[in-house]
Design a protein around this ligand. Structure first.
Ligand code: NAP
Length: 243
């Protein structure tokens, strides 16, 4: 069930979860930080990121977890066959999604994680989350094996790119964390340069799969989840998503 929650009401939503004994919650923008402050305790990952995307009960306490990073890694490995260990990565953005990606890539041994962001001070904060990370410039993408867009640029259907396509090319994988529209301006531009490119639907599905496992202790029905996500996006966007 989806509960529309107004900005600033994240704590109230967690209180409602307690009152109704809701078994688990997925949390999305803009509530991840508010919910982190409202649960009883945080997992080490959620604490490091200051953001919660999954809430679960453990021994009568509400625990905040963050499965975005693990979902991102699964999407890379399972869906794209890309192993990030030893690879050079560049992340555009420094918000919640970017931070989860930076920490996850550093944790699995990426050789280099370059953070490029509009506000340099926020880039510093994101890069400080992982010893493998540093602040860089868009031109560093030319050296990267993996380029990740963790900004909303391109989400509104306007033809705007979060990075000049001159820095992209064949041999690279470009992941746009946006999944609506399914084919973003960045994906189109990256493919035109010969790079492989995909959207954020895989991350969305795999982060939910991790949440499912935490709530139920069971293996997630990935095929059914993928089919449901594709159907929802196809019907809402009027375009056929390609995960
Ligand atoms: P957020 O915390 O608000 O961070 C947004 C980031 O994008 C910030 O670094 C911000 O830069 C930058 N930004 C925003 N507008 C920009 C612009 N016009 N030009 C350049 N940079 C801009 O958001 P978030 O939660 O990290 O989400 C970021 C994106 O990832 C969204 O598109 C979201 O839908 C997607 N996402 C996907 C998944 C998935 O499962 N696929 C999961 C989470 C998020 P400043 O620091 O300078 O403000």
């Amino acid at each position: 069930m989806a509960f529309p929650v107004a900005a600033g009401e994240g704590r109230a939503a967690v209180d409602a979860m307690r009152a109704f004994r809701v078994e688990g919650l997925s949390v999305t923008m803009p509530h991840k930080a508010d919910v982190a402050a409202a649960v009883d305790r945080l997992s080490p990952t959620a604490e490091r990121l200051g953001a919660v995307n999954t809430v679960l009960w453990r021994s009568g306490a509400l625990v905040g977890e963050n499965t975005d990073g693990d979902g991102f890694l699964d999407a890379l490995r399972v869906d794209e066959g890309f192993e990030p260990e030893g690879r050079r990565c560049l992340v555009l953005g420094a918000g919640g999604a970017a931070r989860a990606v930076v920490v996850a890539l550093g944790a699995v041994g990426a050789a280099d994680v370059v953070v490029v962001n509009r506000s340099p001070e926020r880039a510093e904060v994101a890069a400080a989350l992982s010893p493998a990370a540093r602040v860089g410039v868009p031109g560093d993408a030319g050296e990267a094996d993996l380029v990740v867009n963790a900004t909303p640029v391109g989400m509104d259907g306007v033809d705007r790119l979060p990075i000049d396509a001159v820095h992209l090319g064949s041999g690279q994988l470009v992941v746009d964390l946006i999944y609506r529209p399914a084919i973003t301006p960045l994906i189109e531009a990256a493919r035109a340069t010969g790079a492989a490119a995909t959207n954020g639907l895989g991350m969305l599905i795999h982060q939910a799969a991790h949440a499912f496992r935490l709530w139920t202790g069971e293996d997630p029905p990935l095929e059914a989840m993928s089919a449901a996500a594709l159907a929802a996006l196809t019907s809402s966007a009027g375009r056929s998503p390609t995960p």
